[in-house]
Design a protein around this ligand. Structure first.
Ligand code: ADP
Length: 259
């Protein structure tokens, strides 16, 4: 009666949310959260109503990257009022935890937290809810892909072989779970020396583009290693909030995402 999804119910979506797009990766550290926050901010700058759900339960970085970290209010003890930053409606398990403390939870608790963040947060009217997944192919991905009505998933990878091998596993998981893959993003694809302009392919280059063409999915963007991106993330104002070439690159990715 209470409107909470029962296990036998089909996939659900918070009412008022038009699309849910999950952003995943095979490995950690490839820039998935950086890409999630920047796409969300770029979409908001284009006038979209955007939510960002940090489902990276073991390593929530959204509070730091979006520069907001306080406990969301829950006036009735049931629904949760999300936070807002850079035009984006936000929820992260990190808001409920002390920074520096480990999440030591068993599967059912994790799933409970995920369901709560999806179902009990007052997301309001959103054109798109971006979900920053944990890396890999675990319980959170499985729950989200089967229990919520995902529009599709984006996979972020560096061009390095070890990252690509795991990215393929993530792609395989989405295929198995019948979650459409909207495209791949190659992050840290090269480094342009700020002094002399020469290009350095630190993690290689082009590997993700090749994978996208093999898989028959779009390559949504190719993003270089960029100091400003890193600093902006650490400072809580994503690079997409500004007007640098990186902000432009994210604006292009965001434009392609919602037509
Ligand atoms: P993940 O979510 O995949 O674990 P993060 O987004 O947390 O990865 O990124 C890992 C680190 O790399 C962060 O410190 C972030 O600022 C940095 N980073 C991500 N993308 C870039 C980039 N294109 N250029 C420079 N630093 C980056």
């Amino acid at each position: 009666i209470g409107g909470h999804p029962k296990p036998q119910d089909g996939p659900t979506k918070p009412s008022g949310v038009q699309r849910i797009v999950a952003i995943g990766s095979g490995k950690g550290g490839v820039g998935k959260s950086t890409v999630s926050t920047n796409i969300a901010v770029a979409l908001a700058k284009q006038g979209r109503k955007v939510g960002l759900l940090d489902a990276d339960i073991y390593g929530p970085s959204i509070p730091r990257m979006m520069g907001v970290n306080k406990r969301p209010a829950s006036p009735d003890g049931k629904t949760i009022i999300p936070l807002h930053a850079h035009g984006v409606t936000l929820m992260s398990i990190g808001f409920m935890m002390e920074e520096g403390k480990a999440t030591i939870w068993r599967g059912p608790m994790l799933m409970g937290a995920l369901q709560q963040m999806l179902g009990q947060v007052e997301w309001g009217e959103l054109d798109v809810l971006i979900v920053d997944l944990p890396p890999g192919t675990g319980d959170v991905q499985l729950t989200l892909c089967t229990k919520s009505e995902l529009t599709g998933a984006i996979v972020v990878s560096t061009p390095q072989d070890v990252a690509l091998i795991d990215a393929r596993k993530a792609l395989d998981m989405f295929a198995t779970l019948k979650t459409p893959v909207l495209g791949l993003i190659e992050n840290m694809s090269m480094f342009v020396c700020p002094d002399c302009g020469s290009e350095h392919e630190i993690f290689g280059r082009g590997g993700v583009a090749a994978e996208a063409s093999t898989m028959g999915v779009p390559l949504l963007g190719t993003l270089p290693i960029d100091l400003e991106t890193r600093l902006a993330g650490d400072n809580g104002t994503p690079v997409a909030a500004g007007d640098s070439p990186m902000a432009l690159a994210y604006a292009r990715i965001a434009e392609g995402l919602i037509k």
